[in-house]
Design a protein around this ligand. Sequence first.
Ligand code: UT7
Length: 332
Amino acid sequence: MEKKYNAVITALGMYVPDKIMDNAYFEKIVDTTDEWIRTRTGIKERRLLEQGATSDLAAMAAEDLLKTYSINPEDIDVIIIATVTPDMFFPATACLVQEKIGAKKAWGFDLSAACSGFLFAFQTGASLVESGTYKKVLVIGADKMSSITDYTDRNNCILFGDAGAAVLLEPTEDKTLGLQDSILRTDGSGKEALYMKGGGSLNPPTHETVDKKMHFIYQDGKAVFKVAVKGMADVSYELMIKNKLTGDDIAYLVPHQANLRIIDATADRMGISRDKVMINIDKYGNTTAATIPSCLVEYYRAGKLKKGDKIILAAFGAGYTWGASYIVWSMD
Ligand code: UT7
């Protein structure tokens, strides 16, 4: 059945903590160099939330959005938080954010899809809007990655940072704008390449799980790198073919920011030049669910996006989870 509405982004906001951890800082705490980190990952700095939790990152991003666009929090219908670092198992971070921002009429939930979290939450939020049932859906990607990072493990600690970013989705009858199409995938066979081993119902927390450092990120970087390069590039290319798009048609690729080399490989496969690839990995590292929306916020605020621009969002992460979404920018 032909849908009546498309979901469009009508407002944006973000929050990064002030505290900066640059590469020189990591040279002091683990056996690494600025040169290795920059050339292997593209990262120069990341942010650290010293006090507070993911709900604070998410609420600050939401408040930035609400203030910038003078939106009454009581008009928000739904809050979806993409995160792998919820404040606690339950209640959902969405409940904590609902209270913090005063969204008294909203319901909401958390969505766990790691680095693809924002893409999955965006599709979910858009579907709620397209159904015609909900008019204002807040989709937030937020992660306090520092809370699950082992700062003695040089393989992982240099990669991650803390951030939150939010978009508001609303309906439009103009089908040329907003979310046009998505291809989203999961493959649980990747579960042991990137995961947190302890803390869940499989390995509930014990002294032993703490001693074995099972509450931190574990990643087989090399294995993930290989599948991420292929997965993100393949799905983005498939989405382009499906929608009859060439590299020239696309104003921006907005890739998940895990590694500049993965981003470059995806752009090459899509035939997209580097000036049309949104990048903020150098400033924030991998902020998991916040990478894609924070890029959108920063490039929009820098005046680099205009109404009608064709944009591909693409991500790859733990699970495995991956996908790409095609949107047409809707804000002046
Ligand atoms: O966001 C979710 C999805 N995640 C990703 O997409 C991440 C995918 N993986 C990656 O981005 C990369 O694999 C990493 C950045 C994690 C690692 O880069 P790499 O080029 O794959 O390095 P490697 O793991 O193959 O390690 C190469 C060498 C090793 O030394 P040996 O065995 O060759 O002697 C590592 O021990 O680099 C060493 N190494 C380091 N050296 C200096 C690993 N980490 C560091 C470090 N500083 N921080």
